[in-house]
Design a protein. Structure first.
Length: 484
């Protein structure tokens, strides 16, 4: 399943029975059979799917809001926005009072003297708690149900988002603690990433330039709190306990679930997994590909703001473009991979390796030259967009390969792989901040950031190309192996 397919899943679900796996992720079970045509489109399960997608989207906007807000929170970006603010003049009509109100609100937004190293730590801090939380979250969800784990996580993350401006005023340490707790609260949500990123960057830049960066946190934190008001009264762990579902729909979902192959007694072949080179190929690929992905996610607004000297509004719009193109490319890449496989043009393992190689090689090739074209906004944006578009092909390659080698343990492996993705996310922005701080004008710093990200991605690709397989592994076929 690609990242975009994960985002579209809630809108395509045919029922919304919530399940949890050992990694604490929510999965949806698709009903089958003639009963599918007996239940109308306007049903509880579709409404629940929409709420689920909205909550996931809300959490991801809270994950990404600091990336755009930080361009207006530090001194160097404030200086770059002075030409825009100096052009604001009071008008003769009611619009003038509105402009004055916006100026006053923006003037109240504080600016901090944070070094690039500190900015890197802040951008990484969300992942500090995330890579420790998936497995404990899974066990908690098994006890209390996915409804309460996701709902409480959304509520905690939203409330902390509202208080992030106050935490920044209180001190850097408290702000980092808040972000770490947010990472723990948000760890159960995987979907909504690209859509949430696109929206928060697009809207966040406009908010920074008009009413000030604190309102990014107030607005998206408020949206999350509003989602909680929908989540707790309308979402249930199973259709039998839902008070608003019709008898026919409840019967349909229960019958559909009865057709599913549920084997809760499966043991985890830990020793065999540790010895499996095809699995390690996917793990290494996850870590390396997410190194580049997390670097781009965290630093695209900062790079555009500082290097291209863009205003906060323009920085948000330009930063959102690569992720919009990435959304489209993921869908097109998935369709192309399915076409090649269904027509038997290429074998599955060849498709996985070709798409991974295409995504890694071309995304790195377009990323590395960025410091040399920094004088041209058009060339810079073209390379960023092309890098994001080509990187999306990895979603049909190594990032879904775990479904091929061990479909039985897909839930556990997805959680395990997300741990390595979060570890990568905890390290890469911090390393980028160190590189940027080592150069007074940041030119060589950015060059090192992109070179290291590309090198790590290519090393992961080489390891994957050597050891990757697409057939189900022996340890994924046996019933009883080593217990956890």
């Amino acid at each position: 399943m690609s990242r975009m397919q994960g985002e579209m899943l809630p809108l395509m679900m045919t029922h919304t029975q919530l399940r949890t796996n050992p990694a604490g992720k929510i999965s949806a079970v698709k009903p089958s059979g003639p009963g599918l045509f007996l239940v109308g489109f306007c049903s509880v399960r579709y409404g629940l799917a929409l709420i689920l997608h909205l909550c996931n989207f809300s959490i991801y906007t809270q994950q990404m809001n600091l990336s755009i807000a930080i361009t207006a929170m530090v001194n160097h970006t404030e200086a770059s926005s002075q030409p825009n603010s100096s052009t604001e003049q009071p008008s003769m009509d009611s619009l003038g009072s509105w402009n004055e109100t916006l100026k006053e609100a923006k003037a109240l937004a504080p600016v901090y003297d944070w070094s690039p190293e500190i900015q890197g730590v802040l951008l990484s801090s969300l992942n500090y708690g995330s890579f420790l939380a998936p497995i404990p979250t899974g066990y908690v969800a098994g006890i209390f149900g996915a409804k309460y784990v996701v709902g409480v996580g959304l509520f905690v993350s939203s409330v902390l988002t509202l208080f992030l401006p106050l935490a920044a005023d209180a001190g850097l340490a408290l702000l980092i603690v808040f972000r770490v707790i947010q990472g723990i609260a948000q760890v159960m949500v995987l979907t909504g990433s690209l859509l949430g990123t696109f929206v928060v960057l697009l809207v966040g830049g406009l908010l920074c330039q008009t009413i000030g960066w604190p309102y990014i946190f107030y607005i998206f934190g408020g949206i999350g709190c509003a989602c909680c008001l929908l989540w707790f009264p309308l979402v249930y762990n199973d259709p039998g306990s839902h008070p608003f579902i019709s008898t026919s729909e409840k019967r349909f979902i229960v019958c559909s679930l009865a057709q599913q192959d549920c084997s809760p007694g499966w043991s985890l072949p830990i020793k065999a997994m540790i010895k499996s080179l095809p699995l390690w190929a996917i793990v290494v690929s996850y870590f390396c590909e997410y190194w580049l992905f997390n670097t781009i996610m965290a630093y695209t607004p900062t790079y555009i703001s500082s290097v291209l000297q863009a205003s906060p509004k323009d920085s948000g719009i330009l930063s959102a473009l690569p992720f919009l193109v990435g959304c489209i490319s993921i869908v097109l890449g998935g369709l192309l991979a399915d076409f090649l496989l269904s027509r038997k043009v290429l074998r599955l393992i060849i498709i996985r390796k070709v798409f991974s190689a295409t995504g890694v090689f071309f995304s790195s090739m377009f990323l590395v030259p960025l410091p040399w074209v920094r004088s041209s906004q058009g060339a810079t944006m073209a390379f960023l967009v092309l890098s994001a578009a080509s990187s999306s092909f990895c979603e049909s390659g190594a990032l879904v390969n775990f479904l091929d080698i061990a479909p039985r343990y897909a839930g556990f492996l997805k959680g395990l792989l997300q741990v390595f993705a979060h570890i990568s996310g905890a390290i890469s922005p911090t390393v980028a901040g160190v590189f940027i701080s080592q150069d007074s004008n940041a030119e060589f710093g950015w060059r090192n950031v992109f070179l290291v990200a590309a090198a790590i991605d290519i090393v992961g690709l080489i390891f994957y190309l050597i050891f990757a397989r697409a057939e189900v592994q022996d340890w994924a076929k046996e019933e009883a192996l080593t217990h956890f």
